[in-house]
Structures are given as C-alpha cells and as structure tokens.
Design a protein around this ligand. Structure first.
Ligand SMILES: [Zn+2]
Ligand SMILES: [Zn+2]
Ligand SMILES: [Zn+2]
Ligand SMILES: [Zn+2]
Length: 782
C-alpha cells in the first residue's frame, strides 16, 4: 500500500537486473539526492506505457456505474439494510454526471436511507442537494414529506410549518402530480399538521445538545519555541538521538504534550482498491476505506459529496471538496490511477510539494544543494554541538545548532520542518532508490503532460519538484505516521460495540516526528480527523525523554523480532529500556511465555526449537512446532467461521462453535495466548447479542485477564476491554459492578484519549444514568 504495486515493482526490478554491474556498484556508493535524480533518464517510453496500462482505472464518471450502484442500493434498502444502502447510493452519486436526473434521485434515495438511520440533519442536507440537482417536480412531495418529518423530529416546528404550507399548495395546484395518490398525501399532510401544532404548543422537545461543542477544551500552555507542543517539553539534540523531546518539568499521565494538524495526510485506498490497481476494474459493491472517510478531513462519511470531476474523491461536505480542490486535488484529480499504482508514499510526497507551493520547495531544494553534504546536515550541525559542549568554544559561534530551528532556537513547523526530516539517502538499498526515482520520474512526466508546469519535458522547475518528492518518498519510510481510528464493526444488532483499530491515512506531522522510539513508550497517540494528540501515558520526570512507539511494542513482539524490524525499517539499533531488559542477563520470560504452547497432556509450558518438550520433568510429551502451528491455524479458521455466523445474525450457532474453539484452545495454548483472549471476547459479543448479559460478562472478564497480562493494567487495550465490560454490565443491570468498571475504564481511557473522547463521554452518560434511578427505569423500559 505504501510502496508501488507489485507489478510495477517487478518491472523495475527486472530493469535493475539488466543494468551493468559497474553502474550498480557506482550506485551502491553513497550518492546524494541530486545524483540519484540523474536516474530519471532510465525511465523509457515503454516503461511509461506499461505504467499507463497498470494505472487504467475507472476514476472518471461512469453513468452506467451510477445506475448499477443505485440499483444495488435499492436492493439493500428493500432489505432494510440502510447503512449499506447509503454507501451504495454514495458510490452512485460519485459516478453520476453533475446536475443529471440520476444524481438528484441518488441524493433523494440516500436521504431516505439516512432518515431510517435516524440521521435527520444529514438527511435534510441530502434533500437540499437533491433539490439543487433538479429533482423531478412530480416527485417533490415525496422528499418534502421527509423534510417535514425530519424538521419535526429535530424540534424545528416553525420551519416544518412553512414546509407543510409549501407542500400543501403544491399538491392542490400542480396537475403534474397526478400520478401520486393525492388523497393519501393530503391525509398525511393533515397528520403532520397536528404533530407540528402539538410540538409548538406543548413544551418544546429539547433539541439534542451538541456536546461536540465542548470537545477538547483541555487547557494547556503552548510552548514558546515549538508550535503545537506543550510548555512541559523542550527540544534537544545530540549525536546519538538526533532531535528529540525532553520533559522540562514533571509530567502527569494524561497530560497533553503535542497537538498538531498533519502537514499533509493521504487516505489509504483500502484493500479492495489496491487489489484492483493493475487488474481490470469491475464495479464491485465492496466497501473500502475511501467510502468511509472524508478524503480531506478524514471524518467518518455518512453522506458524501463527490469531486465534480472524478469518481474516487469523496468528501463530507462541499467545503471540504472545495478546500481539497484548491489546495491539492486540482493537480491530483487527473492522476488518480497513477497515484494508486505508485503507492501512498508517492502520493504523500506529491501532496507535500503541491501544498507547500513551488516557491517554498525551490528555496529549500536550492539551499540544500548549497549545503554540499546535504544528506547529513543534521549530523554535521550536531558535531558542532558536540564540539561546542566538549571544548570551551563561545556559544555564539556554535549556533544555530538544531536543524530546522531559527537562530533564536524556535522550531519551524510546517514544510520547513518536513523538508528537514532525514531521508537516510545512504542507507536505502540501491535497488530501492532506483525504484523510487523511476516512480517519481514517472509522476513528474505526467505532471508535465497535465500542464502543472506548462513546459517541455522535465523543465528545471519539475526537476526541483522531483528532487523534493524523491526526498519525501525516502523520508517517509522512517517518518510516515499512520493515522488510525477506532471503527465499530460487527453486526448492526449488537449492543456491545465490536471495535477495531483501523489505519485511515498516512501523514506527516512535523512535531510528532521529533519523538524517538521506545518499545515501552511513555506516551499514547490518538487522532481526531487529521489532528494528532500525544498524551503522557506514564508519569514522566523532568529531564526524561518523551518516547513514542513506532509499531514494534514490547507487549506485541519478542525482542529479536522488534529489533530486526526497527533495523530494517528505521535503520537503528533499539537501546530502549525494554530491549536492554529483554537482552540482559535476567531475561524476563514473560513475553515469550505469552505466545507459548502448552503441553497437551499436563498443561505445563512447552519449550524448544523445532521440537518442543514439556517443561515438567516427569512428563515425556514431545510435539513438533509445525504440529502446534497447524493446530493453531485450524483453530483460527474455526474462529473466523464463528465470526461469520455472528455477522449473519446467527449468534446461537456462533456461541456454540466458539465454546468448542475455547475448549480446544485451552488444551494446547498458554492461558495468556492472544487467541485465547480473542475467543473469550468473541464469546462475550455473541452472548451480548443474545441478551445473555451474565454469560457475556463472564467471558469478557476472562478476556480482560488476558489483555491485562499482555498489555498491563493501565494500557489503552485494557481501557477498550473495560469499556465493553461496562456496556455489558450496564445492560445487564449489574449496577454496582457496572459503576466500578465504569470508573476504572474512565480512568484508563481518559489518560490515553483525553477526558472528551467519545468513549469517555459515553461512560459518563452510563454513570449518570445508573446514579439516577428514574432516568434508568425510563432507559430500560424503552
Ligand atoms: Zn471533510
Ligand atoms: Zn477529482
Ligand atoms: Zn526497544
Ligand atoms: Zn506435559
């Protein structure tokens, strides 16, 4: 997904093998970005043709696809699958020609689905969109009725009254409405009038208070030299650690340390799309990441507005569509298929230069060229710092020391900081550099063709942009930040959310990028749209480094694997405390035993390489690792079958199968094995769907024990598990345990996600309800 698609990689790899060995050797020597840029000449017309064929994708508007999706949407609608129907109508909208009858009808149909989903505000927006796109006059009463009902349900009786009069006069005077049953309509109108009258005279129903408004008003003091960081941190530099953040005072868990907007973020296309790239595209009804999040602000999409030119970019609102167009999509729109083929890193690199603007890019590229050893600016300046500290040099001559800082030591955010992230040019393999430069070259040529720079091929301007993009592609391997969100999945009928963390986008964050890695970090990062928030997850003492986990976390991976991954992707040997402990003489066996197999005869842990032996001396059991792995695979496939049953509303059968899986798992897996925990969690979900709260709570408590053993008592993972338990106990009326669990969950989750996160607010609502018996009775009766 980050890198180009396999077919293009294979094509470039073949080109690479045909190169002269002497040339390859030359490339293996350290080259600056400027020199790699010369590789652009290796991109031949036949390569461009091949890439063009790979990138053919239906990104244009296709009226037949619009029709197809509309009909599929209608089918789902009839089956009362309103959420699915809304997504299909959105796909239809994105293919319909602007102002066509198709488009207005799709908006109208989507408004019906949204109405059934209880999304009245968005439903009203869609009704206006349908009207703006020329919804047929003779069908108007249908959507006007829906509009009135929405307004009444939202407590906007005055507006509803106006709409009723409008509808009434239409029905009475307009002869073109003859094909609608006039009498039925008039009856419906009079019913609505009564409703509106009651609403006006009775006490006004409190409109849903938008508690989003008070969101994230956590007070904090902004740092005077690092924009978007708290005053509790400061920027430091040394040779070993590069630029990094340090606590300038004692920090409490839950304190916000960094809150910043992404410089750029590119939505991940999602699995289905990447599989399509390079293959002939057929219209499918699968849902991808691109259907669920706004392509500009990343907020969840309920009712998308498409780009006016392509069918791939979808936005939450006209404002986002407009902003995206003006900032970058104007350039990207016609490149759609090519960007997908070249991968997300190439896309982020292009967006970074487009957003920064040519003048800014040129000035930074030029100054980096002047700096002869441009790829190691940081280290060279760092050496200054080291000498300054070591010898008695006057401080004035040793400044400015930290890359990307002004003379006064202020960190320059945005593009300047992004440009100065290390590309590690000398550490990437020559073949990788070859792939990246040919891909960037292809992008530059297409930009020349589409007329971004109205010049002949590879004008000096494009060369500057190309060099900057190449730099970004190489930087991204170490500096890309995955923007994630908790997405609720599972069957629609389940009360207990089955949520999972999904990767929404790849982004560049100038300040968050300053954080170094630890396998046992002292911070948590959460995202809200394109904003990242870094909070302390542990107490951090003054002078301690602020650390963040790049992925390989101590709880999820053994030490050897972690270090291998960090070396391969980030080019460093991890020396974090967790690694030092795990490599030390008193190795904690905790990590290894979590993923371990247990003796099928006596349940004691098994040990060994290819052949595993029971650790209990008296027991002679001997099992090959392959046998264990095969058993594990069979077990996991059965769990997947059970989840399928749960999704298709067969919770009894799912529970039955999961109980078998649980028995099987216990016979050969350690009690802390991740699969054991997952099975318990799935069982809880199945029983919750059946309304069997006690059973559900029992299984969730078991899952909680596994999560706590693996991730610790104050981890975000445990917080999510506690949240689920709280929901189950709440629904099962186990008041005192529910209150205790809510308190624990609230404490853990507000440290990681902040006191205003959706989950914490939901916990507070549950608590209020449990503490107010009258409200509680109302809740359970409804
Ligand atoms: Zn948006
Ligand atoms: Zn577009
Ligand atoms: Zn480590
Ligand atoms: Zn044994």
């Amino acid at each position: 997904m980050d890198l180009p698609v396999e077919k293009w990689k294979a094509h470039v790899s073949q080109k690479w093998t045909q190169l002269k060995p002497s040339f390859k050797e030359k490339l293996s020597l350290t080259l600056s970005l400027r020199d790699i840029f010369l590789l652009f000449f290796f991109l031949r017309p036949e390569d461009e043709d091949y890439l063009h064929r790979l990138s053919k994708n239906c990104f244009g508007k296709d009226p037949s696809a619009a029709l197809f999706y509309k009909e599929e949407g209608n089918k789902r609608f009839q089956e009362k699958e309103f959420a699915g129907a809304a997504i299909l109508y959105s796909k239809a909208v994105s293919h319909a020609a602007l102002g066509s009858p198709d488009m207005s009808v799709c908006y109208a149909n989507r408004s019906a689905a949204l109405f059934h989903l209880g999304q009245f505000e968005v439903c009203l927006e869609d009704i206006s969109r349908a009207q703006a796109q020329g919804y047929p006059e003779r069908l108007q009463p249908k959507i006007l009725l829906r509009k009135i009902e929405c307004l009444l349900l939202l407590g906007r009786s005055q507006e509803a009254g106006g709409a009723i009069s409008e509808l009434e006069s239409k029905v009475i005077t307009d002869k073109s409405l003859a094909d609608l049953p006039q009498q039925a309509l008039l009856r419906k109108i009079s019913q609505l009038k009564v409703k509106a009258y009651e609403e006006v005279t009775g006490q006004p129903p409190g409109p849903a208070v938008a508690n989003e408004a008070q969101e994230d008003v956590e007070r904090w003091e902004e740092n005077s030299s690092i924009p978007n960081a708290s005053s509790a941190v400061s920027l430091s530099f040394d040779l070993q650690r590069g630029r990094h953040l340090v606590a300038s005072k004692d920090i409490q868990p839950g304190e916000t340390l960094v809150r910043e907007e992404a410089f750029v973020s590119v939505l991940c296309p999602g699995e289905n799309l990447s599989r399509q790239a390079g293959v002939e595209t057929t219209c499918g009804t699968e849902v991808t990441n691109g259907d669920l999040s706004c392509h500009h602000c990343l907020k969840p999409l309920l009712a998308s507005v498409p780009c006016h030119r392509c069918s791939s970019a979808k936005y939450c609102s006209q404002e986002c569509a407009q902003q995206a167009w003006e900032c970058y999509h104007r350039t990207e729109c016609s490149l759609g298929g090519l960007l997908l083929t070249l991968g997300v890193f190439g896309h982020v690199a292009l967006r970074a230069v487009v957003v920064a603007g040519f003048a800014e890019v040129r000035s930074l590229v030029n100054s980096s060229r002047e700096d002869n050893q441009e790829h190691d600016v940081a280290e060279i300046r760092g050496r200054h710092l080291a000498t300054a500290a070591g010898t008695e040099e006057k401080p004035e001559t040793a400044k400015p020391l930290i890359p990307s800082c002004d003379v006064d030591g202020k960190y320059r955010g945005s593009y300047h900081a992004v440009f100065n992230l290390l590309p590690h040019t000398e550490r990437h393999s020559p073949e990788h550099k070859f792939l990246c430069s040919l891909s960037v070259a292809a992008l530059c040529k297409r930009l020349a063709e589409t007329g971004l720079e109205a010049a002949a091929e590879l004008s000096p301007a494009l060369k500057v942009l190309g060099e900057a993009m190449l730099r970004h592609v190489l930087q991204l391997q170490c500096n890309a930040q995955a923007v994630t969100a908790i997405r609720e999945s599972g069957s629609g009928k389940s009360i207990v959310a089955h949520s999972e963390q999904v990767r929404l986008a790849t982004a560049l964050f100038p300040v968050t990028s300053l954080l170094n890695h630890s396998c046992e970090p002292n911070t948590s990062v959460t995202f809200h749209g394109t904003t990242a928030t870094v909070r302390a997850s542990l107490p951090i003492h003054k002078g301690q480094e602020i650390l963040h986990c790049y992925g390989p976390h101590q709880c999820r991976m053994a030490v050897a694997e972690r270090r291998q991954r960090l070396r391969a992707q980030y080019f460093f040997e991890c020396r974090c405390q967790a690694c030092l402990d795990d490599l030390g003489p008193n190795v904690k066996s905790a990590v290894s035993s979590k993923g371990m197999f247990h003796c099928p005869d006596c349940q004691a842990p098994m040990q060994g390489g290819d052949m595993l032996r029971c650790t209990r001396g008296a027991c002679k059991a001997l099992v090959s690792r392959d046998d264990f792995l095969r058993r594990l695979q069979t077990l996991q496939s059965q769990v997947r079958t059970a989840l399928g049953l749960l999704k298709t509303d067969k919770p009894e059968r799912a529970a039955e199968l999961l109980l078998k899986c649980r028995l099987d798992a216990k016979s050969f897996l350690s009690p802390e094995h991740v699969v054991v925990g997952e099975i318990e969690d799935d069982l809880a979900q199945a029983y919750a769907t059946l309304g069997k709260w006690q059973e559900a709570a029992g299984h969730l408590r078991s899952s909680l024990r596994v999560v706590e053993a693996r991730h610790g008592p104050s981890s975000m993972e445990l917080g999510h598990e506690l949240f689920k338990l709280a929901q189950i106990l709440f629904n099962g009326l186990a008041v005192s345990e529910a209150l205790r669990t809510i308190q624990r969950a609230e404490k853990v989750l507000s440290v990681h996600c902040g006191p205003w996160s959706a989950q914490v607010r939901e916990l507070q609502e549950m608590k209020a309800c449990l503490l107010d018996p009258i409200a509680a009775v109302c809740f359970w009766k409804s």
